[in-house]
Design a protein around this ligand. Structure first.
Ligand code: PLP
Length: 401
């Protein structure tokens, strides 16, 4: 057994995957910016180039800093294989492109991340790939559609931005029975809170740009699985098509991940406290957080997640006008199209996760125009709640809605 398998998540975050890359006695993984690797021995070069011997040839294919990043996430997800990408969207699109062919069918849920949804609505249909959308959380409908036959069952749980929950274990059983590949975007949960491979999924995807990196200063994506041949196919598609992670980004993401467990636990604590505060706030219509007993799939979240994550959303009375008045008052939040960072970050779905969609498409996904997504940071919860409180008071007393 690999010694990391026995370690807890905090230890894995710090030590996982780095050992093989610590050269010259360094205690930190170095950035290797070299594009190509030189060989004096022509036979050795040939052996490495043809995959018979370990080593590096060219940066679009492999890079030591990037591999250290992949190895750390492998340890965190408990996966046998991984391949990384320049962004989360590259991870998603390259994975779909690797396996889908004209005439294939994919079953998914209505409210995946906006960029993913765009792939389903704009880019797959012209390639003669049928996309079947199901109501998120309607497990019976997903099972019925999967049973009819599909190449991929694509899930995201919790979803962006209304944090809806899908039962990964149950859906993986349905996918397996129909011979489908079950792919889960685990960006919102992080490996600290949820491990889809252990729940039966075939592939797990992360936008590393978010919680994995945690500092909003590097883009990246990753796909992981236990079937090495399956992941190798995705790697091969990526090495040819070129959506490769940059070694500088890999370094920043590696450094960020050392505190992943600490950050994510604090973010979940803050999210729970903020969600409870928002539920008692009269300008708030509805609060969406899987940790709240009022969440429709709280029981499934409790079963498959070890923590409920740092993401929540809420809708406000007065819709877009209230959003416009409220958000600029917040002192301790970035108003930005990002999530998972150490700073609390807020934004309306219509300008962040679902900017690509029309108001009608958002409405069909159950996303009110007055919905605010909150990615909780690692600040003190009391300060964040006081900050929201003064912003709500401003809207009530100064704008007088
Ligand atoms: N998956 C989810 C759930 C996301 O929220 C995002 C981005 O917000 C992505 C994938 C895409 O990631 P990236 O921005 O790194 O391409």
């Amino acid at each position: 057994m690999n010694y990391h398998e026995k370690a807890k998540m905090g230890t894995k975050s710090v030590w996982g995957g780095e050992k093989d890359y610590l050269v010259h006695g360094a205690s930190q993984v170095p950035i290797v910016p070299s594009v190509a690797y030189t060989y004096d021995d022509m036979d050795e070069w040939y052996e490495v180039a043809t995959g018979r011997k370990k080593g590096h040839i060219y940066g679009r294919n492999t890079n030591p800093t990037v591999q250290a990043f992949e190895d750390k996430v492998k340890v965190l997800e408990g996966a046998k294989a991984a391949t990384s990408f320049s962004t989360g969207m590259a991870a998603i699109s390259n994975t779909l492109d690797t396996f889908l062919r004209p005439g294939d069918r994919i079953v998914t849920i209505k409210d995946t991340y906006g960029g993913t949804n765009k792939i389903f609505t704009e880019f797959l249909p012209p390639k003669a790939i049928e996309v079947q959308f199901c109501e998120t959380g309607n497990h019976e409908e997903i099972e019925r559609e999967v049973e009819k036959g599909c190449k991929i069952l694509y899930l995201e749980t919790p979803t962006n931005p209304t944090v809806k929950i899908t039962d990964i274990e149950r859906m993986s059983r349905a996918g397996k029975a129909a011979g489908a590949l079950v792919v889960v975007d685990n960006t919102f949960a992080t490996p600290v809170n949820q491990n889809p491979l252990k729940l039966g999924a075939d592939l797990v995807i992360h936008s590393a740009t978010k919680f994995l990196g945690g500092h909003a200063d590097a883009l990246g994506g990753i796909v992981l699985g236990d079937d090495e041949e399956m992941v190798e196919k995705v790697f091969h598609y990526r090495e040819i098509n070129g959506a490769t992670m940059d070694p500088f980004a890999a370094y920043l993401l590696l450094r960020g991940m050392k505190t992943l467990d600490l950050r994510v636990k604090r973010q979940a604590e803050n999210a729970m406290k903020l969600a409870q505060y928002l539920q008692k706030t009269d300008l708030v219509d509805e609060v969406f957080y899987p940790g709240l007993p009022t969440h429709p799939n709280h029981d499934i979240a409790k079963k498959q997640m070890s923590g409920f994550g740092g993401m929540l959303s809420f809708s406000v009375k007065g819709g877009v006008d209230t959003v416009r008045d409220l958000l600029p008052q917040l002192q301790y939040s970035h108003r930005a199209a990002n999530l998972g960072a150490v700073e609390t970050t807020v934004g309306p779905a219509r300008t962040t996760s679902h900017i690509e969609c029309t108001p009608e498409e958002r409405a069909a996904m159950g996303i009110p125009e007055g919905l605010i997504r909150v990615s909780c940071g690692i600040e003190d919860a009391e300060d964040i709640i006081n900050d929201f409180d003064q912003a709500f008071s401003y809207v009530k007393n100064v704008v007088k809605i």
